[in-house]
Unconditional design. Structure first.
Length: 542
RNA sequence: GCGGGUGUAGCUCAGUGGUAGAGCGUCACGUUGCCAACGUGAAUGUCGUGAGUUCGAAUCUCAUCACCCGCUCCA
């Protein structure tokens, strides 16, 4: 630190290096590719696995100490990608994911149909028009027009200006006082030509509301009909809620506790963009933390900070990470509070883009599944019962405190976004070195830990290098390379992000030492050949 | 989904209607004395894909796919 500012890094060069060195390839490339899908090459897979393993270890195997000084308890899970389609009705994804959209064919703008509000008026020319404005709710639209009626102006919170055409149209138009503001969704087909879009220059440019379902559909079994329709999961979280009862019943967990899962999710994104940042198939690392409702603010705060610390532990520079609290109007249907951990990607810089969301989901999901499945999701908290009894509370008071549907705090991060962050973070241009760039991974996450080279292929050096390599390969991912010049080999390792290279030279044969070449400083030191393994173990453990 | 741009070797690109090219990289052999050295040799392309125009298309036309930029979207 300070590390190179992501704003100065070229995404094109990062993508090119990823392909050249086997981190990420376009999916189905020999058939011309397929938009929104990527394949992870040998080094990319190693990098992804390293991040995943670190997350699993820090989340499930050795979770942190909680705010009360007690170690937190989190169990692992691996649920199915395809579930009963009723799951997605209960979770709100089938409804919420298929918001109908409206396009303005003139201005090419697109709106959510339920955010478009129309008001009927008689124009100066005697023709009726429906003036459409885009606002989040009917109340806001109502208030906007009331503001207009009293002041002759629409308020500032309208998204964008009214077009000149609309202004001209409503100037002198007579609004029907008794006609309510209505949703565009309810406008009939023949009335649609009368609708004057907020940004349009003339009426009739808005399309009918159209469905955009972001979930991938498939069919279970050989018969393709409505009853066999199923969905690929759009998030791993629901698999956890589905098994909440199973885990409580079988794992001797008690509140508060977490269930963690890593796996693929699928979203049929409208516009996959920015390399692997938004792809249609991606991998998530999600943990659902179940706790008593009155404890939830404490845990929300805890996980918010804990997750930031975790990203910093990957070697991501503090200055490239930040929190962003969600405004009320962008909160998801399930969420009470949500904070994003964001990274300064080269394509968002100087702005930031989402990396992980820590959401307070309340009891939304479990309540939904309780209603839809008719299975009880209530938890009986015996510790609270005992506490209540000791405090001499009444039976009703004790019940009220010890029976509840748990609240959920959800740190949900993108594993594949984590890969992207480490790729961007590691990518370090350096005009002074032959490769012009090196990948500055923290050694722990580097796909290849070490290179082992004979300085030249003679005088017994290859044999010594081979022996060193044979020992190391049992513990570390490393590469033996005797081809071409030593400089070329260092350069290759720089691009792969290999932190250390051990070179056997003439002195090795007499004094049993090798040189260690450090990727970042390019400096060398000599260590005893017997110490190489300890040296590596030390550096990688850091 | 809309508008604009781009697609030629692994990469960067040249090639405007007449035999498909360069540099780098890759591989082999030789050489080598610490940062993409050198020599010799080799492999690599239905010019994104599919049609059309033409005696002849990488080149012109249309369609399509992918990528990039801007909208839009992102529970």
């Amino acid at each position: 630190m300070p590390d190179t500012d992501p704003a100065t890094k070229s995404m094109d060069e990062i993508v090119a290096l990823c392909k050249r060195r086997g981190f990420v390839y376009p999916a189905s490339e020999i058939y011309g590719g397929i938009n929104g899908f990527w394949d992870y090459g040998p080094l990319g897979t190693a990098l992804k696995n390293n991040i995943r393993d670190h997350w699993w270890k820090q989340t499930v195997e050795c979770p942190p100490i909680g705010p009360d000084g007690e170690p937190v308890s989190i169990v692992g899970l691996d649920s199915s990608i395809i579930q009963n389609p009723k799951v997605w009705e209960a979770s709100g994804h089938v409804g919420g994911f298929s918001d109908p959209m409206v396009d303005d064919t003139e201005t090419k703008k697109r709106y959510r149909a339920d955010h478009v509000w129309v008001r009927k008026a008689a124009g100066k020319d005697g023709n009726e028009v429906l003036v459409a404005i885009v606002l989040g709710s009917q109340e806001e639209a109502q208030a906007a027009w009331e503001h207009f009626d009293s002041t002759g102006k629409l308020p500032d919170q309208l998204r964008g200006e009214l077009s000149k055409g609309v202004k001209k149209c409503i100037d002198g138009a007579k609004f029907y006082e008794d006609a309510p503001i209505s949703s565009y969704v309810d406008v009939s087909d023949d009335q649609r030509v009368m609708v004057f879009g907020q940004h349009a220059s003339k009426p009739g440019t808005l399309t009918e509301p159209r469905e955009f379902n972001l979930m991938f559909e498939t069919f279970v079994g050989a018969i393709r009909d409505a009853s066999s329709k199923a969905y690929l999961r759009p998030e791993t979280a629901q698999g956890i809620f589905l098994n909440y009862k199973n885990v409580v019943d079988t794992m001797r967990v008690k509140m508060p506790f977490g269930i963690a899962q890593v796996g693929k999710s699928f979203r049929n994104e409208v516009t996959p963009r920015n390399f692997i940042f938004r792809s249609r198939e991606f991998e998530q690392m999600e943990m659902e933390w179940f706790c008593a409702p009155d404890d939830s603010p404490k845990w929300y705060d805890f996980w918010k900070h804990e997750r930031m610390r975790w990203w910093e532990s990957l070697g991501v520079s503090k200055s490239n990470l930040r929190y962003r609290d969600h405004d009320d109007d962008e909160l998801a249907h399930y969420s009470k509070m949500c904070v994003d951990i964001e990274y300064k990607y080269p394509f968002t810089a100087p702005g930031y883009g989402e990396l992980e969301g820590v959401a307070h989901r309340g009891c939304f999901d479990l309540t939904q599944h309780q209603e839809h499945s008719k299975q009880k999701m209530e938890y009986f908290d015996q510790e609270r019962q005992v506490k209540g009894q000791k405090a001499g509370l009444s039976k009703d008071e004790i019940n009220a405190q010890s029976k509840y549907i748990p609240n959920v705090i959800e740190p949900a991060s993108g594993l594949t976004r984590g890969v992207l962050v480490l790729l961007c973070e590691a990518f370090t241009p350096d005009e002074s070195r032959p490769s012009k760039v090196y990948m500055k991974f923290k050694p722990k996450f580097a796909p290849i830990k070490a290179g082992v080279f004979p300085l030249v292929n003679k005088d017994g050096m290859p044999e010594v290098a081979q022996k060193l390599y044979m020992g190391l390969r049992e513990k570390f991912t490393c590469q033996l390379d005797a081809k071409q010049s030593i400089g070329k080999r260092y350069a290759r390792m720089d691009e792969a992000g290999t932190p250390y290279c051990f070179t056997v030279d003439g002195d090795t044969l007499s004094d049993q030492t090798v040189t260690v070449r450090d990727r970042d400083s390019q400096s060398q030191e000599r260590i005893n050949i017997d110490q190489v393994e300890n040296f590596l173990a030390d550096k990688i453990g850091e």
